[in-house]
Design a protein around this ligand. Structure first.
Ligand SMILES: C[S@@+](CC[C@H](N)C(=O)[O-])C[C@H]1O[C@@H](n2cnc3c(N)ncnc32)[C@H](O)[C@@H]1O
Length: 240
């Protein structure tokens, strides 16, 4: 059977339940780009998975909606409850469609490690722009495309350090890991940095911030080889 997010949903939910320093780190660096207090704000969380980011946004007081195309992951998210004081609802939907979200209804859109799964970034940004209010912003993280390019591996260098080996940065498009324990067995859409930035500009967004956060001590303790590289690229862009 070919893996998809829905077929690995139970495995992924268990990974999240057991605790992943890398996913917690991703949530925190994404939320660094949002106000601390979000009451009276409507937030849409794209590719919410089990709701890790959705619940953290609700904890800041927002009315948040999490969407994901995997019905099984949405079941897991609903089962995980709500942090409050904000409110949470979930829907099965696709970033490129957002059929469950009204035009001009959302102040903030968050997308943690999900835009790197959509085949058509233009369709995704068009849908996001449609649902944002005139002063709204999109904040998203993706695996850093320069270091997490297709089939990137780790190798033991002669001086003893473990180094990242990247050979296919320019190979844009779909790829899937053949490691049965890797999240990426569900597939990824690789794009270069310039493709992401150009798509934002072409689809009516202006850059507000770009960060490449250094791994926390917790991430480096779980995966020491990551200490010198930013695992994620985080971008905040406002609707123009
Ligand atoms: C790495 S998980 C991240 C989950 C969550 N944002 C988090 O940080 O815990 C990627 C998520 O993107 C979702 N996804 C994949 N394709 C999508 C699409 N076209 N529209 C919305 N979400 C999508 C997957 O189902 C999965 O839940």
């Amino acid at each position: 059977m070919t893996d998809s997010w829905d077929t690995i949903a139970d495995w992924y939910a268990e990974l999240m339940r057991a605790g992943s320093a890398l996913n917690d780190f991703n949530r925190d660096v994404l939320l660094d780009h949002l106000p601390d207090a979000l009451s009276d704000h409507h937030v849409l969380d794209l590719g919410c998975g089990k709701g890790l980011i959705t619940r953290a946004v609700a904890a800041r007081g927002a009315a948040v909606m999490g969407i994901d195309p995997s019905p099984r992951l949405i079941e897991h998210a609903r089962g995980a409850g709500t942090a409050g004081p904000g409110t949470v609802i979930y829907a099965v939907d696709d970033i490129c469609v957002l059929g469950t979200v009204a035009d001009n209804s959302v102040d903030w859109v968050t997308a943690g490690l999900s835009l790197n799964h959509v085949p058509d970034i233009g369709a995704a940004l068009t849908a996001v722009r449609r649902v944002l209010t005139a002063r709204g912003s999109l904040t998203f993280s993706i695996p850093h495309p320069c270091f997490e390019a297709p089939y990137a591996t780790w190798t033991q260098a002669t001086e003893g350090a473990v180094r990242r080996v990247v050979g296919d940065y320019l190979a844009e498009g779909f790829w899937r890991s053949d490691n049965p324990q890797a999240v990426r067995r569900a597939g990824n859409q690789h794009r270069t940095l310039s493709t992401y930035l150009t798509a934002l500009v072409r689809h009516g967004f202006a850059l507000s911030a770009v960060t490449e956060p250094a791994p926390t001590a917790q991430v480096s303790a779980q995966q020491p080889q990551r200490a010198g590289l930013p695992p994620f690229l985080v971008i905040r862009a406002r609707r123009t």
